[in-house]
Design a protein around this ligand. Structure first.
Ligand SMILES: Nc1ncnc2c1ncn2[C@@H]1O[C@H](COP(=O)(O)OP(=O)(O)OP(=O)(O)O)[C@@H](O)[C@H]1O
Ligand SMILES: [Zn+2]
Length: 805
C-alpha cells in the first residue's frame, strides 16, 4: 500500500477500555487489535485503561473486536472525574470488589461456600453425590463463568492462550478428576488475584481523578454593562450588585429601552425574577457596572474577568487584576505554604483562594490550563511502558505457552511412555493432576504486574508531591544518574536579579548605589532604553532600576534593538546614538573609556556581582552590576545530592568570577563551567556524560533548552508550569523546589530496587513451584496460592512507593 493512498489515517486513535482486570488482558487486546486489517500498531495500558491504535482503521471495527473479546469502550466524558470513589485501605478494597459484578458474584459464592462447609460437612451422600461437592461444583461454574468465557473469547478471537483459559482448563479439569474443593479454591483465589491487580490499577487512576477533581466545574465571570449605566434609573430592587446569572434561565431582565441580550457573549440570561432596585453604584470602581455570571468553566474565554471569592477554588489559569490574597497551591504543586498573590501575579486553576476576593483575567481556557496539562502528562506517563516492562511482557508471551507445552508433556510422556498413572492412585499423585497444577503455574500475573504497579506508584507519588515525570522509562533512567548539571540563573538562584551597583565613567562619588548622581542616572536610563525590548531577567532588573532612580524621568525607547544571546543587547537611541549593554565580550578593550572603567568593574565582580558594561557610540560610559540571590533551599538540596554520591556541576553564561562566587557560597558544587553560550552548555553536558556517566540537567528552560534536551534526563523548574518547559523536559518540578531533585532520584532508585525485588520474587516462586509440581508435591491450591500470594506481595511492595516522602 502506498503512503499516498492512506489518506484516511490520522493520528493514533485513543480509546478508553473498561473490563480489563489484569496485565494479561491488555496483552490479549493488543495482540488481537494488531491482527485487524489496517492496524499498524496498538498499545494497551492496563493501568490507565487506554489503548492507542495507529493505522487505517475505523472505530467501529475496533469496538466490534473489543466486544468479541468481552471488553467495552468507555465513552464517558472526562467530567465524570469529578465524582471520586475512595479506594484507600481495606474498606476501599472491599468497596472495589463490590463494584464489579463478577467480583461481587465471587464474593457471594465464597460466602456460600463457607456456609456450605459449615452446614454440610459430614452429611451423607444423596444418591451417591456428596452435597458439599455439589455446592463446590456449582460455585465453580457460577463464579468461574466470566473467567471461562473470557478465556474462550481470547482463544477464538485473538488466538491466544490466556491465563483465563488456563484457569478454566485447570478448574474444569479438577472437577473432572473429582477435586471439587481444589477447583473452588483455585477459581476463587484466582479471582482474588485478578481483583488485586485491577485494584492497584484503580488506585493509580484515582490519583489522576483526584487531580481532575481539582478543576472547578463553574466559574463566576464578571461582565460589564457596556453602555453608560449612569443613565439608567434602576427601578428594580436588588440586594447586591452581584447578579448571579444561570445560563439556562430565560431572560427576564429588561432595562428601560434597550435589550441587554446583545451584550452577553455567552448567551446567558439574567435571572432577575426578583425586583432589583438601587444598584449600589458607589461600590463600583469608576461607576462601572459588573454582572457576575456563573457559567461552566469550559465556556470561560481567554481575557474574561473571573471573580474568585475567599475560600473558593480558582477556576482558570489567569493573572490577578484586582485584590490581594494568599493562595494555597498545595493541591496542584504540593507547595505547602500559601503564596501571596498581588496584582499581575499569575494564579493556577485548582489552587485555593485564601482570605480575600480576587479578580483575575483568564489567560488560558480550561482545557489548556495547568491542571488539564498536568493530568494529560500524568496519564501519558502512566500509559507509557518502560523498556524493562516491554521486556517482561515479551517474556510473559513466551513463558506461558512454554509452560503449557511442558504441562502437556508432563502428562503425556510419563503416562504413555512409562506407563505411569493418569489419575491419582493411592499415594501416587496422578500425572493429569500435576499437569493441571502446571497450567496454573503458567500464569505470569505476578511477573507482569510487578513492574507497572511499581512504576505507576512511583510516578503517582511524585506527581502528588509536585514532581511530574514523563514516563516509566524516564523514571528508570533517573536511577542511573550519576551527575547533575545545574543552570545557575533561575535554578540555583531565584533568577530575579536586582541592580546593586551603577557607575558612570564620569562619576565622582565612590560609594555605589548613590541615588543622587545624575551621571549614574543617565547610564541606567540609556541602558534601560535598550533593555526594555529584552526578555532577559537582567534586562528586567535594569529597567526596574531605572524606574526607581529618582533622577530618571520618562524612559526613552531604543530602535533597532538587537539581542546578542548570552552577551547582551544593542540598539539605537534618538537615531544617532548606538547603545550596547552587556558582558565584556561585546566590547573591545581598545575602546575609549574601557581602561578607566575596567578596574572598577573588576572590583564589583570580586564582590560577586554580574557586571554589564554600557557603551554609547563606541565609548564605554559606565557599568551596571546586578546581584541574583541564591535560593534559600539550594545548599540543603545540594548536600542531599552529595549524600547520594551525585556529582554536581554548575553551568552558566555568567562570568567565571560571579559563578565561582555563587559556587563558593553553596559549597557543594564539584565543577563550574562559566561564560557559556547556550550551545556550549550542550557540549558541557556531553562532556559530563562521557566523563561521569548518565547526567541530568536542571534548568528553567531559558537559554538552556538544548542542554535540557540533550541530557539523559532534563529537569525543568516548572514554576507556574510554563508550557515550553513542561514539553521539552523529562521531569518538571512544579514548585521550583530544588530538594525535589533528590526526591525524584530517591524515588527512582527505590523504584528500581523494588522492580528488581518483584521480578526476582515472582520468578523464584515460579521456578520453585514448577519444581514442586512435576514430582507431584505441589497441589493445585498451593500453586494458585503461590500465584495470588506472589501478586499480592509484588503489588504491595510496589505500592510502598505511594507513601514515599
Ligand atoms: N539582555 C541582556 N542585557 C544585558 N546583559 C545580558 C543580556 N543578556 C545576557 N546578558 C549577559 O550575558 C550573560 C550571559 O547570559 P545568559 O543568558 O547566557 O546566562 P545567565 O543569564 O548568566 O544565566 P545562566 O546562569 O542561566 O546561564 C549574562 O550574565 C549577562 O551578563
Ligand atoms: Zn555616580
Amino acid at each position: 500500500m502506498s503512503e499516498a493512498l492512506s489518506t484516511e489515517s490520522t493520528g493514533p486513535l485513543k480509546v478508553k477500555i473498561t473490563g480489563m482486570d489484569c496485565g494479561g488482558c491488555a496483552m490479549t487486546i493488543e495482540d488481537s487489535i494488531r491482527k485487524l486489517e489496517g492496524v499498524s500498531s496498538a498499545s494497551v495500558s492496563f493501568t490507565t485503561e487506554t489503548m492507542e491504535v495507529e493505522g487505517n482503521i475505523a472505530m467501529d471495527s475496533i469496538e466490534a473486536r473489543l466486544k468479541e473479546l468481552g471488553y467495552k469502550i468507555n465513552s464517558d466524558k472526562p467530567q465524570t472525574y469529578a465524582e471520586l470513589p475512595d479506594h484507600r485501605g481495606a474498606a476501599g478494597f472491599a468497596r472495589f470488589l463490590w463494584e464489579q459484578p463478577p467480583l461481587r458474584m465471587a464474593v457471594c459464592v465464597a460466602i456460600a461456600v463457607i456456609l456450605g462447609i459449615i452446614t454440610l460437612s459430614g452429611m451423607d451422600p444423596i444418591r451417591g453425590v456428596e452435597p458439599l461437592d455439589a455446592v463446590f461444583a456449582a460455585a465453580v461454574i457460577i463464579s468461574g463463568a466470566p473467567v471461562f468465557l473470557k478465556g474462550f473469547r481470547a482463544l477464538i478471537f485473538a488466538n491466544r492462550i490466556t491465563i483465563d483459559l488456563l484457569m478454566a482448563i485447570a478448574t474444569v479439569g479438577a472437577l473432572g478428576i473429582g477435586e471439587y474443593g481444589e477447583a473452588v479454591t483455585v477459581i476463587l483465589l484466582f479471582m482474588l488475584g485478578e481483583a488485586l491487580e485491577a485494584y492497584s490499577a484503580e488506585r493509580a487512576r484515582d490519583s489522576l481523578r483526584s487531580l481532575m477533581a481539582l478543576q472547578p466545574q463553574e466559574a463566576t465571570v464578571l461582565q460589564a454593562h457596556s453602555d453608560n449605566h449612569s443613565d439608567h434609573k434602576h427601578s428594580e430592587s436588588c440586594s447586591d450588585n452581584d447578579h448571579e446569572h444561570k445560563p439556562s434561565v430565560a431572560h427576564t431582565h429588561n432595562h428601560d429601552d434597550h435589550s441587554h441580550t446583545a451584550q452577553h457573549a455567552h448567551g446567558h440570561n439574567h435571572e432577575q425574577g426578583e425586583n432589583c432596585s438601587g444598584h449600589d453604584h458607589q461600590s463600583h470602581d469608576q461607576g462601572d457596572h459588573d454582572h457576575t455570571v456563573v457559567m461552566p468553566v469550559d465556556q470561560v474565554q481567554i481575557g474574561d474577568r473571573v471573580l474568585v471569592r475567599p475560600g473558593q477554588r480558582i477556576p482558570v489559569d489567569g493573572v490577578v487584576i484586582k485584590g490581594l490574597s494568599s493562595v494555597d497551591q498545595a493541591p496542584v504543586t504540593g507547595e505547602s505554604v500559601p503564596v501571596v498573590k498581588d496584582i499581575d501575579d499569575t494564579v493556577m486553576a485548582g489552587t485555593v483562594n485564601g482570605e480575600a476576593a480576587l479578580e483575575i483575567r483568564s489567560t488560558k481556557v480550561a482545557a489548556e490550563g495547568t491542571i488539564a496539562r498536568i493530568a494529560k502528562l500524568v496519564e501519558q506517563a502512566q500509559a507509557q511502558r518502560s523498556p524493562a516492562e516491554r521486556f517482561i511482557d515479551r517474556f510473559a508471551r513466551w513463558y506461558t505457552p512454554t509452560v503449557v507445552a511442558l504441562a502437556t508433556l508432563v502428562v503425556l510422556i510419563p503416562v504413555y511412555g512409562f506407563g505411569q498413572p493418569l489419575m491419582t492412585e493411592g499415594e501416587t499423585t496422578g500425572w493429569l493432576y500435576r499437569g493441571l497444577a502446571m497450567l496454573i503455574i503458567a500464569c505470569p500475573c505476578a511477573l507482569v504486574i510487578s513492574i507497572p504497579v511499581t512504576v505507576v506508584s512511583g510516578l503517582t507519588r511524585l506527581a502528588n508531591l509536585g514532581v511530574l515525570v514523563k514516563g516509566g522509562a524516564q523514571l528508570d533512567r533517573m536511577a542511573d544518574i550519576s551527575a547533575i548539571a545545574f543552570d545557575k540563573t533561575g535554578t540555583l538562584t531565584y533568577g530575579k536579579p536586582r541592580v546593586t551597583n551603577i557607575r558612570s565613567l564620569q562619576c565622582s562619588h565612590d560609594a555605589a548605589n548613590d541615588d543622587n548622581c545624575s551621571n549614574c542616572d543617565n547610564v541606567v536610563a540609556i541602558a534601560a532604553a535598550v533593555e526594555r525590548s529584552s526578555e532577559h531577567p537582567v534586562a528586567h532588573a535594569i529597567v526596574e532600576a531605572a524606574h526607581n532612580r529618582s533622577g530618571v524621568g520618562h524612559l526613552a525607547v531604543a530602535q533597532a534593538v538587537q539581542a546578542h544571546p548570552g552577551k547582551g543587547v544593542s540598539g539605537e537611541l534618538s537615531g544617532d546614538k548606538k547603545i550596547t549593554v552587556g558582558t565584556g565580550d561585546l566590547f573591545n578593550t581598545e575602546m575609549e573609556g574601557w581602561a578607566d572603567i575596567a578596574p572598577h568593574a573588576e572590583a564589583a565582580r570580586d564582590k560577586g556581582e554580574t557586571v554589564m558594561y554600557v557603551s554609547e557610540n563606541n565609548k564605554v560610559i559606565g557599568y551596571i552590576g546586578v546581584h541574583d540571590e541564591i535560593r534559600e533551599i539550594t545548599p540543603e538540596a545540594l548536600s542531599q545530592l552529595s549524600q547520594m554520591n551525585i556529582r554536581k556541576v554548575m553551568l552558566t553564561g555568567d562570568h567565571l568570577k560571579a559563578a565561582n562566587r555563587v559556587a563558593d557560597s553553596i559549597n557543594d558544587i564539584d565543577e563550574v563551567h562559566a561564560q557559556l553560550m547556550p550551545e556550549d552548555k550542550l557540549s558541557a553536558i556531553e562532556k559530563i556524560h562521557t566523563d561521569h556517566g548518565a547526567v541530568a540537567m536542571v534548568g528553567d528552560g531559558i537559554n538552556d533548552a538544548p542542554a535540557l534536551a540533550r541530557a539523559d534526563i532534563g529537569i525543568a523548574m516548572g514554576g507556574g508550569g510554563t508550557a515550553q518547559a513542561m514539553e521539552t523536559a523529562d521531569v518538571v518540578l512544579m514548585q521550583d523546589d530544588l530538594q525535589d531533585v533528590s526526591l525524584a532520584l530517591r524515588v527512582a532508585r527505590k523504584s528500581r530496587t523494588i522492580v528488581k525485588q518483584n521480578i526476582v520474587l515472582s520468578l523464584v516462586l515460579k521456578v520453585l513451584f514448577l519444581s514442586l509440581a512435576i514430582p507431584g508435591i505441589a497441589t493445585l491450591w498451593m500453586a494458585v496460592l503461590a500465584d495470588v500470594g506472589g501478586t499480592l506481595i509484588v503489588t504491595l511492595n510496589g505500592m510502598r512507593l505511594l507513601r514515599e516522602k
